[in-house]
Design a binder for this molecule. Structure first.
Ligand code: NAI
Length: 361
């Protein structure tokens, strides 16, 4: 399939191929949809084996960002940039300045920050060429570690699941299996323990396990055993695709709700979970805390405002669960619909003439 056909199929507005040979930069900026506002999405740097692999990644990731931004309630669209290269060996100052210039050339249509393979320091460099970067270190005006609000949003999401499933947000005595005790997992456990939940955790890293154990009383099981823990909530906070054909029959819980991206190996597993009576909190809705935080930097970061918006993940999920129930669809389908309907409404607004828009060209 050609590039335009792929863009058409997935609904993209624009792709920008960036090559600066002197800087060794080979990047693709994907702008999926700007109906709600500037396209927002991180910068992923990977040694993609083929150009097609890089292209598909930017197309799918930028499309995913439209849904994530749309569900967060903020006025941003979906975008992403991928750099073809090895983050360990191929980075240079010139590369990230060159990227900054390409981002600047889009005049605010696209705003970027860190993702897999990039760190805030890379964007201090890009920031010399463009203001359209977020998630900078705090001393550069950034909002700092996003895992704290991501964890808070995930906690609010688990409360929404509890409310929908059991009629109360009270998590006292509920058993919660937390997979992944990294930045988000650690902060999530803080909320869960405070709420009186019984937590079982697992991580492949001994250091991560020890860090949690030094602060909280939790049970710990092996990384593969976590799927077999009988619990009220299974909370994936490590990797993507953890609900796969091997694990989907093993999880023994009423709710799947965690921060990991792309938790379902295939979208149809949302139906399998629903048929088993398991309530699934769509990942891009429940884990939007970090996105809401960095997006808030564009207004001049205000923690209280960001915190309030992240707390709203609770209401968004309750709306999604109600819609899924009334329409007989999965919660994943209901989340997609919520965004698609919001986009359809706002597209209509664009017919109102504004003198500084280029209607007359
Ligand atoms: P992190 O890298 O700090 O923590 C991930 C933890 O998972 C690490 O401790 C790692 O050892 C562990 N892990 C890896 N493989 C595992 C396995 N097979 N079983 C058990 N544990 C395993 O990452 P962070 O920031 O805590 O993010 C967690 C998840 O949440 C990721 O999927 C990330 O994409 C997602 N997320 C994070 C956001 C943020 O603001 N940090 C925002 C939105 C999503």
């Amino acid at each position: 399939m050609g590039i335009f056909s792929k863009m058409k199929k997935l609904g993209h507005e624009q792709l920008v191929f960036c090559q600066d040979r002197g800087a060794g930069l080979k990047a693709i900026i994907g702008i999926h949809n700007t109906t709600l506002g500037p396209a927002l999405g991180g910068c992923r740097m990977l040694p993609y084996a083929t150009e097609d692999e890089a292209l598909m990644d930017v197309l799918l990731l930028s499309r995913g960002m439209t849904y994530k931004s749309g569900a967060s309630g903020d006025s941003f669209g979906g975008g992403k940039v991928v750099i073809v290269g090895d983050p360990k060996t191929d980075k240079s100052e010139k590369m990230f300045r060159a990227l900054g210039r390409y981002v600047e050339s889009l005049g605010g249509r696209f705003v970027t920050g860190t993702d897999v393979g990039t760190v805030p320091e890379d964007f201090i460099i890009s920031n010399a060429e463009t203001d359209w970067v977020v998630a900078l270190p705090e001393e550069y005006g950034g909002s700092g570690d996003s895992s704290i609000l991501t964890a808070f949003g995930t906690y609010r999401g688990i409360q929404a699941c509890a409310r929908h499933k059991w009629g109360s947000t009270d998590l006292k005595g509920k058993s919660i299996a937390v997979q992944g005790l990294g930045k988000v997992g650690f902060n999530l456990i803080k909320h869960l323990i405070h709420a009186g939940a019984d937590v079982t955790g697992a991580d492949v890293s001994e250091n991560a396990v020890e860090r949690v154990r030094s602060e909280f009383t939790i049970d710990v099981v092996g990384p593969d055993e976590i799927y077999d823990v009988k619990c009220d909530v299974f909370s994936p906070n490590a990797l993507g695709a953890v609900i796969d054909s091997n694990t989907i029959d093993r999880v023994s819980c009423s709710i799947v709700a965690g921060a990991a991206n792309n938790q379902l190996a295939v979208p149809s597993f949302a139906r399998v979970l629903a048929d088993r009576g398991i309530l699934y909190a769509p990942d891009y809705v429940i884990n939007a805390g970090g996105l809401i935080q960095v997006a808030d930097e564009l207004y001049g970061f205000n923690y209280d405002r960001a915190h309030k918006k992240v707390a709203g993940i609770y209401d968004t999920l309750l709306r999604i669960f109600a819609r899924a129930e009334s329409d007989g669809i999965t919660t994943a389908e209901a989340a997609d619909l919520l965004v698609e309907e919001r986009l359809a409404k706002i597209v209509g607004l664009k017919s109102v003439y504004l003198p500084d828009e280029d209607h007359m060209e």
